[in-house]
Design a protein around this ligand. Structure first.
Ligand code: ASP
Ligand code: CP
Length: 307
């Protein structure tokens, strides 16, 4: 496999499928009494987080520990970043501590790519600005494949704040590589103008959620990312929920087999109603559990673990 995982676009269908298949094998561990494998014993994984995270940080930590790697957790809050230390100097410090892999989340798009030039170990992008979140796309694809049995030919609606969503971008890249069709749905202000003007093959754009739902196998609701919004992109939260929120009535427009996804964290009552988030069609908790297996697979393949 490649030495880093920076973008979902770096994965061809073969390598993406290898990650999903490896995750499925490693996922069997979760049901065992002893969940640890000795595979990455003696290896060090650093979690370098410059932006808040619950799921991604914890699941990378769990994944590395289940493979018996040593884990160092670095959070920019409370570190010498407050004294002006740069990403490069922080990275070189971690390198000196023998990091074999650096898992990085950063508010600047492209930060993991820079990091990959400065450290010797593998770099894994855990979310960079509005750019990409490749392991989220992998765990989403894993969840769709295990719930719906396939990815090729699936119709996936990705709904909401597409403009600010690294989850949407990575999902579009990965899902189209794996043969699914993606419809981006949201208010015109929250769909990138270039994408709406000329959608790439396998991608469609719609501003009408009710029209898209009956033909969807999976609907992925995105969080409205207020922290990335300088301007007002819609009249009010209430109006947004009325047009683009997934409530019980809208969910019933989906085909019976369809699943409802959300990467988390959710704005309950805005993009998704509690009744939908907690319904049997929701895979939200499953996505988190699958995230551990997928991240184990990524670390295993990048660090060259032997069975
Ligand atoms: N947790 C995901 C991310 O960090 C999605 C979100 O925050 O809305 O990109
Ligand atoms: N889905 C996701 O990346 O969640 P966190 O921001 O909590 O890591």
């Amino acid at each position: 496999m490649i030495g880093h995982l920076l973008s979902a676009g770096d994965l061809d269908a073969r390598s993406a499928t290898l990650i999903l298949d490896t995750a499925a094998e490693l996922g069997n561990l979760a049901g065992r009494e002893v969940k640890k494998l000795p595979t990455l014993r003696g290896r060090t994984v650093v979690n370098l987080f410059y932006e808040d995270s619950t799921r991604t940080r914890i699941s990378f930590e769990a994944a590395a520990k289940r493979l018996s790697a040593d884990v160092i957790n670095f959070s920019a809050k409370g570190s010498s970043v407050s004294k002006g230390e740069s990403l490069k100097d922080t990275a070189l410090t971690l390198q000196a501590m023998g990091a074999d892999a650096v898992v990085v989340r950063h508010p600047a798009s492209g930060a993991p790519h820079r990091l990959a030039h400065w450290v010797e170990g593998s770099v894994v992008n855990a979310g960079d600005g509005t750019h990409e979140h490749p392991t989220q796309a992998l765990l989403d694809a894993y969840t769709m494949r295990s719930r719906l049995g396939r990815l090729a030919g699936l119709q996936v609606a990705v709904v909401g704040d597409v403009l600010h969503s690294r989850v949407a971008r990575s999902n579009v890249l990965l899902l189209t590589t794996l043969g699914a069709k993606v419809t981006l749905v949201g208010p015109p202000t929250l769909i990138p103008v270039d994408v709406a003007a000329a959608p790439a093959p396998g991608i469609a754009v719609s501003y009408d959620l009710d029209a898209v739902l009956p033909a969807s196998d999976a609907v992925m609701m995105l969080r409205v990312q207020r922290e990335r919004m300088g301007d007002s992109y819609f009249p009010s939260a209430r109006e947004y929920a009325r047009r683009y929120g997934l409530d019980g009535a809208r969910m019933r427009r989906l085909p019976e087999h369809a699943i409802v996804m959300h990467p988390g964290p959710m704005n309950r009552g805005m993009e998704i109603a509690p009744e939908v988030a907690d319904s049997p069609r929701s895979t939200i908790v499953e996505q988190v559990a699958n995230g551990v297996s997928v991240r184990m697979a990524v670390l295993y393949l990048l660090l060259g673990g032997k069975a």
